[in-house]
Design a protein around this ligand. Structure first.
Ligand code: C5P
Ligand code: C5P
Ligand code: ZN
Length: 442
């Protein structure tokens, strides 16, 4: 498989080779933290070459691309944190384009940098800002001191639980940029309050949600006045979000009861449309045994869906589910663990379709099932083995579900898998794991 860094260098060469053919560069990016930090990295880099104009949008529609084409003509357009699902249309419409993204992608190779094309999962391994950073490094090596923006972007997309793969590489490379890593990362040499990556990310996110993306961009590049302003709007936004959250938490039992027969918790109200995303991110932490889908009924339906790594390992793909459910009555898609949509139809019909798709995903996934049962002499050993084995099981394994527990002195492991090869490997690993826990106990 081709290397993602090599591809980044190739796209940078494409940029340099064609530089004389356009006058201006347009950056089109997504309006959440990841999109705004991606845009900031690109802005810092590309202004060194040409005049740059930024456009922060909430999503791409076909209409958006037509309007954009009219405006940019034959100039270069760089898409970041979005574009993958429209890569064919983009390649047909635009003379010079680059896509730096981490959303699921099919059948695209030209001028696109996307971790999914290199065997990674863009939902966990690299953010849109990370993809932009890999590209920028080739054109402006000093951008390394801003590598924290790639990580703040990843935090915005909840990729810090824990950082892995390409994100972890960025952190390890960033000597003198990051103070320590783990779930909470601290950034060196920047404005005091923003040293906490989580807070930095929340501040930029509030700017995006409240349609003040330009302010968010200024925060990214450490403009003191902008930071002051952003803090003010963040406070107001946070209060609003918490009021809404409290309301749903108070109605927890009712929500559980209403969704008893469904594969999903649908949480519906006429809340502000901008709140569905952040609310769903908070609510999945409480309602975490099924996916959460928050729907605002203001105007047409605005939908945000969130899952957990465990549910994804059981077959859930929210991006696919929403794409199938909206069909031609709207637009929807996104990652396996987080997705969104707008829908121009009846709410009941929509919920039924989503429920159907998700039930199908959970069913289809596992074709092979098996159980390991071991009878120990006492309950304590069975319980401690289950505990030891479960620690190892916490890393979600692709296409596999493993659950270990004890029933009195019986230790039981349930294994479900998509394919025979994985199934066999998991059983081998489990036996090794059980054996070593027995040895430890002795
Ligand atoms: O722009 P993108 O599609 O990459 O953004 C994903 C969105 O989903 C972010 O707003 C992020 O906060 C959210 N998310 C989440 N939980 C996850 C992963 C992403 O709430 N585990
Ligand atoms: O709006 P929300 O934050 O819930 O969106 C989560 C993700 O779902 C977006 O970052 C985007 O990747 C995807 N999405 C999409 N099409 C939409 C809305 C959201 O692909 N119409
Ligand atoms: Zn993103």
């Amino acid at each position: 498989m081709e290397n993602i860094q090599k591809k980044a260098a190739e796209i940078a060469s494409f940029f340099l080779n064609n530089l004389s053919r356009f006058d201006k560069i347009y950056i089109v990016s997504h309006k959440d933290t990841d999109g705004i930090t991606a845009c900031a990295l690109l802005y810092l880099t590309l202004t060194r070459f040409k005049k740059v104009e930024t456009k922060i949008i909430s999503q791409i529609y076909l209409k958006t691309l037509d309007e954009l084409k009219n405006e940019v003509g034959d100039n270069l357009v760089v898409f970041s944190d979005l574009g993958s699902s429209f890569c064919r249309e983009i390649s047909e419409k635009f003379r010079y384009y680059i896509i730096l993204d981490h959303h699921p992608v099919k059948n695209c190779k030209e001028n696109i940098l996307n971790p999914h094309l290199f065997g990674y999962n863009g939902a966990y391994d690299l953010s849109g800002a990370g993809a932009a950073y890999f590209f920028c490094k080739n054109l402006y090596p000093e951008i390394k001191k801003y590598s924290y923006l790639a990580i703040v972007g990843a935090i915005g997309d909840k990729q810090n639980d824990p950082f892995q793969n390409l994100n972890l590489e960025i952190i390890k490379e960033g000597k003198g940029v990051f103070e320590k890593y783990g779930k909470n990362i601290f950034i060196e040499n920047i404005e005091d309050d923003l040293r906490d990556g989580e807070y930095f990310s929340s501040l930029v996110n509030a700017c995006g949600t409240l349609n003040k993306a330009d302010l968010g961009l200024q925060v990214c590049i450490q403009n003191k006045e902008a930071i002051k302003k952003a803090k003010k709007i963040f406070k107001k936004y946070d209060e609003e979000l918490n009021t809404a959250l409290k309301h749903f938490l108070e109605n927890k039992d009712k929500i559980i009861e209403e969704n008893k027969k469904r594969s999903v918790y649908f949480i519906v109200s006429d809340m502000k449309r901008s709140l569905t995303g952040p609310l769903s991110t908070l609510l999945i932490k409480v309602f975490n045994d099924k996916p959460v889908i928050v729907i605002s009924k203001r105007n047409n339906l605005k939908i945000s869906a969130r899952g957990t790594k465990k549910l994804v390992s059981q077959g859930l793909h929210l991006g696919e589910a929403l794409k199938m459910a909206v069909d031609r009555k709207g637009e929807g898609g996104g990652h396996d663990i987080a997705s969104g949509a707008v829908y121009n139809g009846e709410i009941e019909e929509f919920m039924e379709k989503v429920d159907f798709e998700i039930k199908k995903q959970f069913k289809k996934r596992f074709l092979i099932e098996g159980e390991i049962i071991i009878n120990y002499e006492d309950e304590e050993t069975a319980a401690s083995t289950a505990e030891a084995v479960n620690v190892d099981n916490e890393k979600p394994l692709k296409a596999t579900l493993i659950e270990s527990y004890n029933n009195k002195n019986e230790f039981i492991t349930l294994i479900k898998s998509e394919n025979m090869g994985t199934f066999k490997n998991v059983i081998d690993d489990m036996l090794v794991c059980i054996k070593s826990s027995e040895i430890m106990k002795e």
